[in-house]
Every structure is written in C-alpha cells, then in structure tokens.
Design a protein around this ligand. Sequence first.
Ligand code: KIV
Ligand code: ZN
Length: 505
Amino acid sequence: MEKVYVFDTTLRDGEQSPGASMSIEQKNELAIQLAHLGVDVIEAGFPVSSPHQFKACKLIAESVKGPIIAALARTLEADIDSAVESIKKAEHPRIHTFIASSPIHMKHKLKRSPDEVIEMAVKAVIYARNRVPEVEFSPEDATRSELDFLCFLIERVIDAGAKIINIPDTVGYALPVEFGEFIKSIKEKVSNMDKAILSVHCHNDLGLAVANTLSAVKNGARQIETTINGIGERAGNAALEEVVMAINVRKDYYFFSTDINTKQIYNTSRLLSNIIGFPIPRNKPIVGENAFAHESGIHQDGVLKHRETYEIMTPESVGKYTSDIVLGRHSGKHGFKKRLSELGLTLTDEEMETVFKRFLEIADKKKEVYDNDLFAIVSNELGKHSATYTLDYFNIISGNVSVPTATVRIRTKDNTIEEAATGDGPVDAIFRAIDRVTGINTTLDEFIVRAVTPGKQALGEVTVEIEIERKKWIGRGASTDILEASAHAYVNALNRYKAWSYYEQ
Ligand code: KIV
Ligand code: ZN
C-alpha cells in the first residue's frame, strides 16, 4: 500500500486556537508524544513571530529524534533566517515557507501584484533551499486562487527547489468533491509535479476539513496536514485521528497506509487536552467518551452478540482500554506509576511525588479512582512546581443570607500573600480574592463544571477561560470540592499567562 505522510501542525496552527497556548516545556512534551505516535513531520512553530515560538522550536529540534522538524516562515529573509537558526540542530530540518496567492489576499493583504508574489516565492525557496535540505511551499488561500496562476506559481517554486507543495484551504471554503477535482487538476496541469510531494492543509469552517483532506488523498495528495483533536485557527484543522482512522478503517477504498501507531491516538489526544485545558467533547469521533459507548438496547444487544454489528473499529485499536484496574487508597506507588505509564503519562520523579501525594488525598475522599480521574489529577498537578502562583489554601463563608466572602493564601516564588474579597457568589469571591493577590486584570469568559467520572463522589473538573490583555487563557482544576477545583482552575489559567509573558518580554 502506498504511504500517506502525516504532517502534524498541532504545535503551530493548533496553537493558534484562541486559548490554546502552551509553555515551551509543554510543547516539547507533546512533540515527544507526537514522535511516539509516528507522525512524519512535526511543525514546531513560527519562530520569527515571538521569542517563545523560537525557543520552543529550538528545544524540540534538539530533543525530538525521528520525525522531520519543520518551522514556518513567510517568504522573507528574516523569517527564514530565524526558522533556520531555530531548527538547525534537528536531525531532519524542513523550512515551510508561504505566501498568499488568491486575488483577495494579494490585493488587500499583501498589496502585491501576482508577478511580485511569484518573485518573492521563488526567491524565498532558493534562499531556504541554500540553508536546509528540504523546503515546503504553501500558496496561502490556494482554494480561492485562480487555477492557472496557482499552477504557474507551483511550477516555478518546484523549479526553485521546493520538494513539498502544500495546498491550504486557508478559510475552509472548499467542498469535498470540488477540492478533490482541484487537487487532480493541479497534478495534471503542473508539468514538474512529479518532482514534489503534493500536500493538503484543510480548515474546518464548514465542518469539512476531514472530508476535504480525504478527498484530496483519493485524488493524488500524499501528505496530509492535521492537528490532534482538530484544534487550530478559528474552527480548527482536519483532525489527525479522524483522517488516519478513516484511511485505516476504509483500506478497501483508499488502499493507503500511514506510519501512525493508532494505539497511541487516545493518549496523545488526552495529553493535548490536559496541556491546553480544552475538554474533549463527549461525542467527538474516535477520542470522545461516547465514541464507543452503546446506549440503546438494540445496539447493546447487537454488540454483545457480535461486536462488529455496531462497531467499525475497536476502542483498543485507538488505544482506549476499558481497564479493570481501579486504583484506591491502598494502591501502592508502584501500581500507580505503572498505570500512569500505561496511560502514556510520563512524569519526572519530582512530578510523580506531587501527583502521588494528591492521588492519596483524593483516594481518601473517593473510594475508587478511575483512569479519567488520573488524567484530571495529573493535569491539575503538572507544572505546579515551576508555576508562578500556588494556591496554599482558601476559606469560604457563604450561604443564602450572607455575603459570600473568600480568603485565599497564595505562594509565589519568594512570598506568601493572603487576601480576602466578597463576591456575588462563592466562586466570584474566590476569583476576586485571587485577583487582589496577583494584581492582574482579568475578565472571566467561560466557567464549566463537569464530573470526571460517574457517581456522587465524582471528581469535579472546572475549566475557566479568562481574558488578559485581549488574549485568552484556559485553566483547569480538579478536586472532589467544586470550589477548590474552581480556585485551582483560575490559578492554572493565571500561571499559563505568566509563563507566556515571561518568554514574551
Ligand atoms: O491555513 C493556512 O493557509 C496556513 C498556511 C501557513 C499553510 O496555515
Ligand atoms: Zn492553517
């Protein structure tokens, strides 16, 4: 079977999702997991755009072995210099350079003529090609570009040395059949197309990113650009797990394979969700909680009699195991560690200590600790030792006849600060008291509470989205006490902001 290359852009386009910022260490952790997953290319970031992006690309290039490490650059020498410098230590570096080719982008955004765009693209590819062995070129907004112009541009950049031509549906405008024909026409019209790999990069504005990607594969694309859980600019990108499983489950139709170890899909998806704080919707294909749950009696009966009556793939094939192992207060550290590693959660010794301590506290209150609890506990505790703020304690006075009042004590690297505040409700009072400690001006955009596992003793997980200086930050916290989980989530969002601002200044 012919291979389709998987280019993962979770760390670049994915991170452009509002609120999905990751610290440099978190990006590196995810990149290591992407290598386990078996992606061919990791797009580590857009180095010239910020010091944070540059440092993340550099760290990933130095530490992740196996996949090609790509860095994004506009067709400008300064961008390319920065990209080259950031990934120069990679085993296999790739520069991904792009310029818009649609009339609307060239006229209104770039204010450049089509000839100027061609000249810039060719120059950039030559410049990059003289510095790294592999160059990918993307004509941005390709699907709204004029076909003959697009093909001419592609021909020229292939002559200049581009080895991968990526066709982005930047605004998610394409429709599956039409996009497939578009890809086929490019293959037919570009005389030197056989000298480069054709790639696609689809956005999900009409909910068609996965369908468009698959249609392109059927029509000649051999590299797919995807993100874990489909995160990305606006409505996101094509979800890696969905495209890969479609190719895998429907081999009879596609006759292609990828090098993805599908058993790592579930862990990778959870890891990303934990890092960025975005919960995975229950009904999300492949990785959602309900993806393999059968509710109706007829379906349950069918599955019990013969699994394939209602299941086109097994949960095990994507690495989702229904475990008989339920941990509890008497579980030793060894069993605990083993279960975390089976779930793909690799921790340093220091992190393991904190997480195990928290596990014991939770197991004391809640008899049975399930896998989803473990994901929540790890997500709650990870990174705390390097965090700017740590919640020491909080106290709440609340009731239907008293003014909710919160006292919080927060530790910073060299100080411990206690503050109190009143609020409209207990959560509001806690957040206001924390604001007094940090002095950061925030707006609360979203507040979500959910039970991690069933039952009255369930661990509650709170997700908050706050806005600081017109940028969104998501934080998550878990506890058997919803108010405590809220406080942790809020502090977590503030810590993400602080980690980001540290590198940006
Ligand atoms: O969507 C897009 O056009 C992009 C390019 C930079 C490839 O992300
Ligand atoms: Zn994109």
